[in-house]
Design a binder for this molecule. Sequence first.
Ligand SMILES: *Cc1c(COP(=O)(O)O)cnc(C)c1O
Length: 312
Amino acid sequence: MTEMRDVLRARQVLAGYLPETPMWSYPVLNAVVGAEVHVKHENVQPTGAFKVRGGITLLAGMAGRDRGVVAYSTGNHAQSVAYAARVFGAPCSIVMPENPNPAKVAAVEALGASVVVAGATMVEAGEHARALAGREGRRLVTPADDPEIIAGVGTLYYEMVTRQPDLDAVIVPVGSGTGAAAACVVTQALAPQCRVIAVQSAQAPAAHDSWRLGELVRRPMKTTVDGLATGSAFALPQGIMRDGLSDFVLVSDDDCRAAQRVLARDAHTLAEGAGAAALAVLLARPAEFAGKKVAIVCSGGNAGPAELAQLA
Ligand SMILES: *Cc1c(COP(=O)(O)O)cnc(C)c1O
């Protein structure tokens, strides 16, 4: 289980690699929402998403790093691990399922990692990644079941609650749950009055349903919001979220698209769909948050060409 002291250790490690990200409140956005909203800007990370905090933390303390790492992902987890591997000079392979998006391949290759295309689905790509790691004596970096990742991601919430100690709530977009679990660890230690509310797409509710049922379940994954697209739940973050979350809500993909437009218009911020999911909750439930002080995590800004065209 990840604890506050692990987050504090990660903070010391990350200080050498990543500056704190800004958190701003925008009067026009506050007026639209009817609450005091603080936007935590992870879209300005060098990889365009918060996950790099976890990747650097994990590799910084990793034994046998020189033999290399393997991950499977098409998105922000891939970039996080590739970025961290480049920082520490570790060989890195990223396994992606067949017919990967060329822009995502290019992003990972630009960070110096090699892309291995294998498997028809992400589950099969994961099996290839595990076999590759075993064959070459490299570490497989899972998306969510490594405690160092949650400790690293926790530094985001440390920055948030030290800047605004009297928040009523923080809303966190969830795919695997590392961000929401980290928010639980930090608020329990430093801001117990702050409710942690998780949000997932109704078109891929595996983490939501697992939290409600109290057991790990698989669900169909039909969302077009990349950062929230997982079909199964992860034991480590679910275990932390079980008692730590105040609520877990669902929004639609269309709600996320609408919230992306509001962020662009009222907070001059380019968010990917997942990065706007927390605002989508505020827009969907104005009565619940009226007059409250709420932080939302703009978790990433990696909107691809098709997503940008749709927004315009
Ligand atoms: C990965 C990701 C999420 C979900 O985070 P988890 O830790 O997997 O729950 C949300 N937004 C963006 C932009 C992401 O890349």
